[in-house]
Design a protein around this ligand. Structure first.
Ligand code: ADP
Ligand code: MG
Length: 622
């Protein structure tokens, strides 16, 4: 069965991870050693939070320091519902009557508490999900500090910095195990879902993900809410396991140990979350014994405060030094097994089925008076250009002429300083690039932008699922189309490899295959033959011709390989210094005096040397 539905595969993967967890829980239970049961329970509760952070940080690539705040909120929200009303009357005078009267069971209270955390996460996520990289991480740090301050400040609701005690002790080892199992399954299902795949693509390269039609902010927001809900669940359990809450418990120390677990194990996989939680819990338990006064082999050891923190730091440093992606790397354990098996089996190349016609209806892409200024440089100055449905248009010009900038303006990667872009008569000027992509426009980039740590297959899949968004299992639905494209672009043999490990030629082909997978009506290619040798460039020519013949797609090809351009294109536009200087069939453009001058510079006028031309080109690129 080559394509088991995605969720069956992921459920299996999650099941594999639950086996060691169940064994740990069983071992603790059988030993009936109180300390061991407690350590195992706390480990399972931590795992829920770590799996939560994994959902967001692992898939989006934005580190979160803020999830412990959601743990704290979950814990306090649930405490408001479960504390005996007599205690609430005494300790929490400001609690609304509705809450102060409630005495719910923890197993009931967990639902409204987690829902409330999810709502809070949605509210702050509307801004935080817009941020990526360092900005996103710092915003989550701010969240941690704000929530801590709120918990301390809201004396009448939380008892401030004093301990809130008396929570019913309703969490045991097996409650923690069941909840951890739920968290692991949810995290794994999310990672394998279409949404998870799209978010992982944005982690690898956000502009490319946007160009594939992915609404990155929406995907980040979804993951943020799910991950916060899991953290909230962990907080509820934590409170009802210890029976006592203080805001301090949900601050930097906890943040540090959860992140240590995720980073040591490997952020990008749920396997990493499980492995890291286990390893770090072992380290912490081991070192904690040395923090107290004790005797080892007859020698009395002094108190060693902070030893566990130091131990965790060393563990993080050691892992980062040797294994940047953590103990488990970028693959889930079951993905590793599957890949090993696929390596042994001979790859039967799927028969290419012609992709559905993209259709030639529509009026084409029309640019009118496009302008783009970067500070003092006008990269594109008043360009009007049409790409008609089904035509292959070449765009050439010396370095720095503004070709790449023009492509960025059309595809929405950059916003024009002036002018208009319309696709099939829809005015798309100023639209974000994922919306323009969904209008039927795909592109590749001059400096290849692949999703490096995703497999070749996943790179194509991300784009192909755009057309299967309504399906129950979009990834399974898109599978035949993906196979056909991999075969068409001669990538079937490489399907399982991480895209970042490919040679230059296959990387270029993969980028085109990914763009074609969106089934666009128009495709913009920025120097697709750059770095290719003659044979590879000839093969590319045939692939592009076949693609057009089968799908009726309109192609705009920028390249310096004039041999390719002249053989491939029906019409050629020449740009220089941000303007269109010539346009027409390849034969006439080649001999146009303006073009000859742009390419050969003053030499054509019988003046300067080639060295001066190069200097001019270089300065125009600055
Ligand atoms: P081409 O693709 O034709 O070689 P580009 O579109 O890359 O040319 O660049 C056109 C001009 O715009 C160059 O002078 C380049 O230095 C400038 N340019 C391009 N992108 C930027 C940017 N992000 N910021 C500032 N200047 C830029
Ligand atoms: Mg360029």
């Amino acid at each position: 069965m080559p394509f088991a539905p995605t969720f069956a595969r992921d459920l299996f993967g999650a099941g594999v991870l639950l086996v060691p967890l169940a064994l740990v829980a069983l071992a603790a239970q059988v030993s009936s050693d109180g300390a061991l049961v407690s350590a195992a329970t706390l480990m399972l509760i931590s795992l829920i939070a770590v799996a939560g952070v994994q959902v967001y940080s692992g898939n989006s690539g934005v580190i979160s320091f803020g999830h412990v705040a959601f743990m704290g909120l979950g814990a306090y929200f649930a405490a408001w519902l479960t504390l005996p009303s007599s205690m609430k009357a005494r300790m929490l005078p400001d609690l609304p009557a509705l809450l102060s009267g409630a005495e719910l069971d923890m197993l009931v209270a967990v639902f409204p508490a987690v829902a409330a955390v999810a709502c809070a996460a949605l509210a702050v996520g509307l801004t935080i999900a817009r941020l990526d990289g360092a900005a996103g991480a710092i915003a989550t740090l701010g969240l941690l500090v704000i929530v801590y301050s709120l918990l301390i400040g809201a004396q009448g609701l939380t008892r401030g910095s004093q301990a809130l005690f008396g929570l019913p002790l309703s969490v045991d080892l097996w409650t923690a195990f069941v909840c951890a199992a739920v968290a692991v399954v949810l995290a794994r299902l999310y990672r394998g879902s279409n949404a998870g795949l799209q978010l992982r693509a944005s982690r690898e390269d956000e502009p490319a993900a946007l160009a594939c039609g992915i609404d990155v902010v929406r995907r980040r927001l979804g993951a943020w809410v799910l991950s916060a809900a899991l953290a909230g669940l962990a907080g509820v359990l934590y409170g009802h396991y210890l029976g006592v809450l203080t805001p301090r418990a949900f601050y930097f120390n906890m943040t540090f140990s959860l992140l240590a677990m995720l980073i040591v194990g490997g952020m990008t996989t749920v396997t990493g979350a499980v492995a890291g939680t286990f390893v770090v819990s072992l380290i912490v338990e081991g070192l904690r014994r040395f923090e107290q006064v004790g005797t080892i082999g007859g020698v009395t050891m002094p108190e060693l405060h902070g030893l566990t923190t130091i131990g965790l730091s060393v563990a993080i440093l050691a892992v980062m030094y040797k294994l940047r992606s953590g103990l488990t790397g970028y693959l889930e354990i079951d993905e590793r097994w599957r890949r090993a098996r696929a390596g042994r089996a001979t790859v039967g190349a799927a028969a290419p089925t012609p992709a559905d016609s993209a259709g030639t209806s529509g009026t084409g892409i029309a640019c009118r008076g496009l302008v783009k200024r970067f500070g003092g440089v006008t990269a594109v100055a008043d360009v009007s250009l049409d790409l008609r449905p089904g035509e292959i248009l070449g765009l050439i010009g010396p370095n720095g002429a503004g070709k790449s900038t023009l492509l960025a303006l059309v595809s929405g990667t950059l916003t024009p300083s002036g002018g208009k872009v319309a696709i099939d008569e829809t005015d798309v000027t100023g639209w974000p690039s994922y919306r323009i992509a969904r209008c039927g426009l795909a592109r590749t980039f001059q400096n290849i932008r692949l999703f490096q740590h995703l497999s070749v297959r996943e790179n194509v899949e991300v784009a192909a699922t755009l057309n299967a968004a309504g399906a129950i299992d979009p990834r399974a639905e898109a599978a035949p189309a993906v196979d056909a494209l991999l075969a068409r672009f001669d990538l079937a043999e490489l399907a399982g490899r991480p895209a970042g490990t490919l040679a230059y030629g296959p990387q270029r082909r993969l980028e085109i295959a990914r763009a074609a997978a969106m089934r666009p009506r128009y495709l913009l290619l920025d120097e697709p033959a750059a770095g290719m040798n003659q044979t590879e460039s000839d093969a590319l020519l045939r692939m592009l011709q076949a693609l057009r013949a089968e799908t009726g797609i309109g192609l705009l090809v920028v390249d310096h390989d004039l041999r390719l351009i002249m053989r491939l294109c029906e019409r050629v536009v020449v740009m220089n210094k941000g303007r269109v200087i010539a346009e027409g069939p390849p034969e006439t453009v080649q001999t146009d005096p303006n073009v000859v001058e742009a390419y050969l510079g003053r030499r054509a006028r019988g003046g300067a040397s080639a060295a001066e031309d190069r200097a001019e080109t270089a300065s125009s690129q600055e």
